[in-house]
Design a protein around this ligand. Sequence first.
Ligand code: LLP
Length: 428
Amino acid sequence: MHSFAYKNGSLHCENVNLADIAAAVGTPVFVYSRKTISDDLAEFRSSMAGLDAHIAYAVKACSNKAILNLMARQGAGFDIVSGGELWRVINAGGDPTQCTYAGVAKTEPEIRYALEQKIYCFNCESENELREINRIAGEMGVKAPVAVRVNPHVDAHTHKYITTGTNENKFGVDITRIESVYATIAAEMPNLHIKGLQIHIGSQLTEVQPFTTAVEKMLPIVKKFIAMYGIEFFSIGGGIGIVYDGCLESGKPEWWAAHPEQITIKSYADALIPLLKPLGIKILLEPGRRLVGNAAALLTTCIYEKKGEAKTFKMIDAGMNDIIRPALYEGYHEIWPVKEHCGDEIVADIVGPICESGDFQAQNRRIADVKPGEVLAELSAGAYGFSMASTYNSRPLAAEVLVDGDKWSIIRRRQTLEQMVQDECLPE
Ligand code: LLP
């Protein structure tokens, strides 16, 4: 499940002491476990073995070139949402013909680029987008492979900013209109090739039931479209949640036994395979978070401590610019000292250096009484961590490291101040 554990009083990733990485590279630094990513990808594959299932890793979760290269070498395809992500995949050694392209506002240059690269399919989100792709494909003298993302009106029971399958969201075409939209494509858009159908109802789902509800709603339409248009795939999107709270325990079978409600790759597969297998077509899966989320920790150093009237604050050198999830989604991440502590816990807010009250990584958290200079590991930071980072407050982007057994490599050098401003210039 993940590869972070204490050994000889110090937190390790696989067989590497995180204290050594922090000393060599400095903090903040994201540290990824190659083993966790490979194991989770393999588990997805084996759990879905009963289907003609293909994994299209959602690049947005973590788009470092080394991670994409690892996915590509292990046979994954990619779910992309911009021309930039397509470029990254190709640059990392991925195969553009294994890419599906989602997103509500694809531009003409992006559509042309994706057609030139012969991507597997566009997952389209509106009728106007379909018309635009039809026009561009016509100009280029090619047929564009398309699927439409359906909004099935299913509540994913997740944070409001990452729920996507209800009629209040900007995503997809309403399930009540999908048949007429496919009929319009067939009748009026000769440069499109109808290839599939797609859904994605949200992210960080911790129950299986919304997935089964959505798939059950879609089955009659998928069957009809197989018969009418010969569609060759049904994509059920991504969204499988990970354990953030209690992450360190999550690798242990007894933890799972005590949390039977928690989604696993196996419970997801067991519920969905019987529904999907009778379709007899290719099933695409677009996991992002589940493949990389628990695979990384963000190492950060405690800089100061402040005891206020109401609270104790531990100030760290990682801010909301490095990992924005707590500020944006009320995200919870376990925070553990790299040097193991025994019994000296306090309740504190773990806050960053940014000039915003929202710049915290944890509030009112029971945590070891770490002292300035000590290194902390913010766990489950692999998905939507670095990929959402910015240089806000003129803080250069953090470094990234990949651990493999007892070895580790830098997979992104820490940004320098010069690099941070290199594209800025004074007016003529
Ligand atoms: N497919 C589509 C069409 C998506 O929009 C997404 C994620 C995925 C697949 C992958 O979903 P996953 O398996 O990672 O849940 N920044 C937020 C999450 C945003 C998810 C956006 N779409 C967070 O940090 O929680």
